[in-house]
Design a protein around this ligand. Structure first.
Ligand SMILES: Cc1ncc(COP(=O)(O)O)c(C=O)c1O
Length: 383
């Protein structure tokens, strides 16, 4: 499903030197290494500020807290994501409101969002799922019209660029000013705050947990810095309840080695997706993902309708081919939220049909061909 070894092999001397540097400095939490990574990541993404934290989950929690979102507030988000997206909203005491997704992009559907905005709504929390930018033009326009903040969950989409128009625009093109604002910007920098994860399997992955908050708002950045360190910017002057959520120097050093390669890796992921699409073209009973502008293919995710997904997954497993189901249960149906939210038919259908195939930048074309032929065989055998 994923092989991180080629990346490690290629960068090993630089990674070892980076680890040596940190160990030699004996500065393990925050410090110069983290500051340098924050500056380099902010510059790469075109954000004014970047704040390194412990994980993508903490990046979301701290972003919500920095925006003063809490009990009594509603945050509209997608039910088709990793649990952390909604968990962060619940953890700050706010209420997640689930809006269904677009069947084609697996991302939040702006038309569904529009119908769910109440006076208690404070923010929209779109996810750029599988590395595909969400319909940010329409979402930002909605947010502006209703005075809502936009927090981007860009955990799976480091280096993805947004390019309008978005799917789901329904012919209502964004105003030219919005279009200009969005053109070719990196996701995470489009709303008020963006949250990234450096979980090892991510497009930019650390060697442990890590996360990043980006924003163009100096005040929000300062609040995030305070919140990540027990509510204090100066040692022993705690001004608010915060978290122990600092990016550590070893992770920052590793991320600094990897950052210059992320564009190359993302381009390679797009080529892998194109190759899969060519290999799988014309196979009956599957829907392949579109290689849209800016998509960085954290996952290459098919749809297998007609209740065949699990049997096909099993058939591939028997040939030694790993696949994953992201996500088998939409968030609103997870035990923690069971019975609390209305049905989300598009997400529920997707959960029964999605299958993610092996993808990493260095995967060999021969390996992809083997996956494709095993899939074709399973489909024709009626699995
Ligand atoms: C969409 C999404 N949001 C949030 C997270 C949470 O990130 P982390 O695992 O770094 O806490 C993840 C990843 O794992 C994710 O995929």
């Amino acid at each position: 499903m994923l092989d991180l070894e080629p990346q490690y092999r290629a960068l090993r001397p630089a990674l070892e030197a980076a680890l040596e540097r940190v160990c030699g400095s004996q500065q393990f939490i925050l410090g110069e290494e983290v500051k340098a990574f924050e500056e380099e990541a902010a510059q790469y993404l075109g954000a004014a500020h970047a704040v390194g934290v412990n994980s993508g989950t903490d990046a979301l929690v701290i972003a919500l807290r920095a925006l003063d979102i809490g009990p009594g507030d509603e945050v509209i988000t997608t039910p088709f994501s990793f649990f952390a997206t909604a968990e962060a909203i619940s953890l700050v005491g706010a209420t997640p409101v689930f809006a269904d997704i677009e069947a084609e992009s697996f991302n939040l559907d702006p038309r569904q969002v529009a119908a769910l905005i109440t006076p208690r709504a404070r923010a929209l929390l779109p996810v750029h799922l599988f590395g595909r930018p969400a319909a940010m033009g329409a979402l930002l326009e909605l947010a502006e019209r209703h005075g809502l903040a936009v927090i981007e969950d860009a955990a799976q989409a480091f280096g993805a660029r947004y390019a309008p128009p978005c799917v789901g625009c329904d012919g209502q093109d964004c105003a030219p000013a919005t279009q200009a604002r969005l053109q070719a910007r990196y996701v995470g920098t489009l709303g008020a705050i963006g949250a990234f994860s450096f979980y090892p399997s991510k497009n930019l992955g650390a060697y442990g947990d890590g996360g990043l908050i980006v924003t163009n708002d100096a005040q929000l950045a300062e609040r995030c810095r305070k919140l990540r360190s027990h509510g204090s910017l100066v040692a022993y002057r705690n001004e608010t309840l915060g978290y122990n959520s600092r990016l550590d120097a070893l992770q920052a050093a590793i991320l600094r080695v990897k950052l210059p390669y992320v564009a190359e890796w993302n381009a390679a992921r797009r080529r892998v997706a194109e190759t899969y699409n060519e290999l799988l073209a014309g196979l009956p009973g599957i829907v392949t993902p579109a290689v849209t502008t800016g998509h960085v293919f954290h996952q290459y995710t098919l749809r297998l309708p007609d209740r065949r997904r699990d049997a096909i997954r099993q058939a591939l497993a028997e040939q030694g081919i790993g696949t994953m189901v992201y996500y088998p249960t939409p968030i609103h149906q997870l035990p923690v939220y069971a019975g609390q939210f209305p049905p989300q038919p598009v997400s529920e259908a997707a959960a029964g049909e999605v299958l993610s195939l092996p993808i990493w930048p260095e995967i060999a074309e021969s390996a992809q061909a083997r996956v494709a032929s095993a899939l074709a065989q399973a489909l024709s055998a009626g699995a």
